[in-house]
Design a binder for this molecule. Structure first.
Ligand SMILES: Cc1cc2nc3c(=O)[nH]c(=O)nc-3n(C[C@H](O)[C@H](O)[C@H](O)COP(=O)(O)O)c2cc1C
Length: 412
């Protein structure tokens, strides 16, 4: 479950349709029918619970292939490892419906039945169509599992808002099979940022005092990493200049690890001239110690009563000169006068957008998984309500990409 897109070109796909145990399992029958009609090859895998909702025979007849069920994990007597064969066969795995339980298994790398083991053995695009009651969907545990899967590049389609099996109306309904088919077909299309280079800087920097101590800040890098993932999912070639964070590289991203503001500035300077879109989501230290001791400062020396600091390079302010045509986006982490500071920062640094980020609130911002921002542009100020950083990253990339498309349309 890594590559968010397929190589464009091959129109007929081999799709493994996984079905887990929810009421919407009956819609998997229609999905298989639509996939076949479209010319794709289909195989199906049912969880044990799914077998109570839809009969393997129906799926077998429609797909034209035997249905994998839990017992196939033990093999079919042929000596073949069927979960490996199935994972190698598939171009795409699509699980529809994906129950809360199956989502949790995928998010945690469990492999306790045929479908979960095959998904774990699979390295291509995974599409999930969640379906469950709204209360289940909104549970912290489910949200965390979904966010984790998104971070790994898994495509989630839906759930939709509408009448639920319980008779309630709300979010949780599986999207219609036609929408799932369109999502699977869309994996082959070049994304809206295909052919564009995106440079993203993320995380904090560390400014050394001596070999063991440094000055840093609370940036986790989550927002910048989510932006890089969103850019790649839209077909961009993305370079991620990352300060010291403990986050895995998003699939398909070229990552450059740096530690200090000076190193970050150097890495950004190298990548910026080729970039069409630059997002400085890093929390670069504004100050660094004027000198770095070569050996550890001893308590007994009493030499740390004060630290003399000097300004670091303002990376954002220097970007326009080296990337005159790029769309440049800065982040303003503020605790006071959020919008007025963002407006003057945008003009002062000659950038296209400032994403104003209120870091005084505990429920959003630096270390959390959620954020709420206002994007200040030349003519527009757009507010993005509190949402997960991965969802927000997708909205932000779409928002600033529109400026990129507009710029490219303008006569040179
Ligand atoms: C009638 C009925 C309907 C259910 N519908 C759903 C559903 O829509 N979504 C869901 O996440 N779980 C649903 N469940 C619970 C799952 O079937 C249960 O969590 C099961 O362990 C899922 O296993 P699986 O993910 O391996 O298929 C339903 C259970 C029943 C009895």
């Amino acid at each position: 479950m890594s590559s968010p897109r397929l190589e464009p070109g091959s129109s007929a796909l081999r799709v493994l349709v996984g079905v887990s145990g929810g009421i919407a399992a009956y819609k998997a029958v229609e999905l298989v029918r639509l996939l076949k009609k479209e010319g794709h090859s289909v195989r199906c895998a049912l969880t044990r619970a799914a077998g109570a909702f839809v009969t393997p025979l129906t799926l077998e007849v429609l797909s034209g292939h035997r249905v994998y069920q839990e017992e196939y994990l033990a093999g079919d007597g042929s000596g073949e490892e069927l979960h490996i064969t199935a994972a190698e066969w598939a171009d795409v795995i699509c699980v529809a419906p994906a129950t809360a339980h199956t989502i949790a298994r995928f998010a945690n790398g469990l492999a306790d039945d045929f479908l979960s083991t095959t998904v774990l053995a699979f390295d291509g695009p995974l599409v999930l169509a969640p379906a469950m009651h709204s209360i289940m969907w909104r549970q912290e545990s489910v949200s965390a599992n979904v966010a984790r899967l998104r971070e790994r590049g898994v495509t989630l389609v839906g759930p939709a808002v509408g009448p639920l099996a319980s008779g309630d109306v709300g979010i949780g309904r599986m999207v219609e099979p036609a929408e799932i088919l369109a999502t699977i077909n869309g994996l082959q299309e070049p994304g809206p940022l295909a052919g564009r280079r995106v440079l993203i800087a993320a995380g904090p920097t560390r400014e050394a005092l001596d070999p063991v101590r440094f000055i840093s800040n609370r940036s986790s890098g989550k927002m910048g990493f989510a932006l890089a993932r969103a850019a790649v999912a839209r077909g961009a070639a993305a370079t991620l200049v990352a300060g010291p964070v403990s986050l895995p590289s998003p699939p398909g991203v070229e990552r450059v690890d740096v530690t200090s503001a000076e190193e970050m500035a150097a890495a950004v300077r190298i990548a910026a001239p080729q970039a069409d879109l630059i997002v400085m989501a890093a929390a670069v230290a504004d100050f660094k110690p004027t000198s770095v001791r070569t050996s550890k400062i001893k308590k007994s020396e009493g030499g740390l009563d004060s630290i003399e600091l000097e300004r670091t390079e303002d990376i954002l302010a220097g970007l326009r000169a080296i990337a005159p045509k790029a769309v440049i986006v800065g982040f303003a982490a503020e605790t006071d006068d959020l919008l007025s500071n963002a407006r003057s920062k945008r003009v002062g640094k000659d950038v296209d957008f400032i994403v104003a980020n209120d870091v005084s609130r505990a429920d959003i911002g630096f270390e959390g998984d959620h954020n709420e921002v206002t994007v200040v542009g030349g003519d527009t100020e757009t507010r993005f309500e509190r949402q997960s950083k991965s969802a927000l990253a997708e909205r932000l990339i779409d928002h600033v990409s529109r400026a990129l498309v507009d710029r490219e349309r303008q006569p040179a």
